[in-house]
Ligand binder design. Structure first.
Ligand SMILES: *Cc1c(COP(=O)(O)O)cnc(C)c1O
Length: 361
């Protein structure tokens, strides 16, 4: 594990050392099959075991009730923006809460397949704020309410979920799934691209109440149909075999460290290191409002955009990489997903102190 950097990328992002070590151990010869998981038929007995175990472990770790289906789909979280429109909206009306770039994209995509009502849009505060209940303009005739649980680009996160008045709540949890406990029963559907907290790029994980799975719009591509995917146990076509295997390894690791309770404790401790420092000084300015801060993506700026660039390049020389913010916010962003160790956050704060001392005029 020499020469490994602290990778603060927003996604694809870090994997835990323990996960990588096991992937390496099993790479050439998985359990005496003489082949790697990447080379196996998805219909083989040995692969089906990996597949089923991954689903079972996800169910255990997230405490997913039996009346929810777990689907592994193609097309990332972005594919789901359309799939929700095709399978659930289907010409009806839905409320979308816009708290950042991805929730906006989700709304735009769904609007191709039904009526999308924008129940809130945080553009006036440049998405630094998660709306309170009374800021939401929910419509009485919406089929569901869609939110983005953690706003990867802007660094905000829902601390508690909105009261949707008995409606179906659908959440894009791409960047905070498995970071803490959530009550799956509060949602009609949870979905996530895997490349932030669940492993590597290539699958979208869909956790959906079975009652929401029904015939999709007639023109729906087969790979985006929940009904077809359910019928074929996510193997209507070749699933992304290796990303599913990696998800299994990530879940094993989470169980070994003590599950989502311990994961959340670690994530809170890690985020506190950064936020406590940000609150103690005046050189860096955090982007997100205090009550809306994300445990996963910490966004901030230095006093000058040129210093932001210098910060990212100087940090990289110290093994702290990918700290440049997204072009929509500018500045800097430290993504501290599950796999980022506390030592990474501590080293970053130590660098931030030194950098501020040198560049504060
Ligand atoms: C990364 C991300 C997406 C996009 O995921 P893809 O798998 O690239 O489609 C969507 N929503 C959120 C919250 C994200 O962080």
């Amino acid at each position: 594990m020499e020469n490994r950097v602290y990778n603060f990328a927003a996604g694809p992002s870090m994997l835990a050392d323990d996960v990588l070590i096991r992937m390496k151990e099993e790479l050439f010869n998985y359990k005496d099959t003489g082949m790697s998981v990447m080379e196996m038929s998805h219909r083989s007995k040995i692969y089906l075991k990996i597949f089923e175990e991954t689903k079972d472990t996800l169910r255990r770790v997230m405490d997913i009730p039996e009346d929810y289906e777990i689907l592994f789909m193609h097309g990332g979280a972005t594919g789901q923006f359309a799939a929700i429109g095709l399978n659930i909206l289907k010409g009806n009306k839905a409320d979308y809460v816009i708290t950042g770039n991805f929730s906006k994209k989700a709304a735009q995509e769904a609007a191709k397949y039904g009526e999308v009502h924008i129940a809130y849009d945080g553009k006036d505060n440049n998405y630094s704020h998660i709306p309170l209940q009374d800021e939401l303009g929910l419509s009485p005739d919406a089929r569901y309410v869609h939110i983005c649980a953690n706003n990867t680009i802007f660094g905000t996160e829902w601390k508690s979920f909105p009261d949707v008045k008995g409606k179906i709540l659908i959440a894009d949890m791409s960047s905070d799934i498995l970071s803490k406990k959530v009550n799956v029963k509060d949602f009609g559907m949870i979905y996530a691209g895997a490349q932030k907290n669940m492993g590597i790029a290539g699958i979208a994980v869909v956790i959906i109440h079975k009652s929401l799975i029904s015939e999709a719009l007639a023109d729906t591509p087969a790979v985006l149909s929940y009904e077809l995917m359910q019928k074929n146990d996510s193997m209507y076509n070749t699933p992304a075999t290796y990303p599913i295997y990696v998800l299994g390894k990530v879940l094993e690791w989470i169980e070994e460290i003590g599950g989502l309770e311990e994961m959340e404790r670690r994530n809170r401790a890690k985020a506190a290191v950064l936020y406590d420092y940000l609150d103690s000084q005046a050189f860096y300015r955090p982007h997100a409002e205090k009550d809306s801060r994300s445990l996963m993506n910490v966004t901030f700026t230095t006093p000058d955009p040129e210093l932001d660039v210098l910060f990212a390049s100087e940090a990289a020389k110290q093994g702290l990489v990918n700290l440049k913010g997204h072009r929509l916010v500018g500045g800097l962003r430290a993504s501290i997903y599950n796999a980022m160790p506390l030592a990474g956050a501590e080293k970053l704060v130590s660098f931030m102190r030194d950098f501020a001392k040198e560049n504060d005029k």
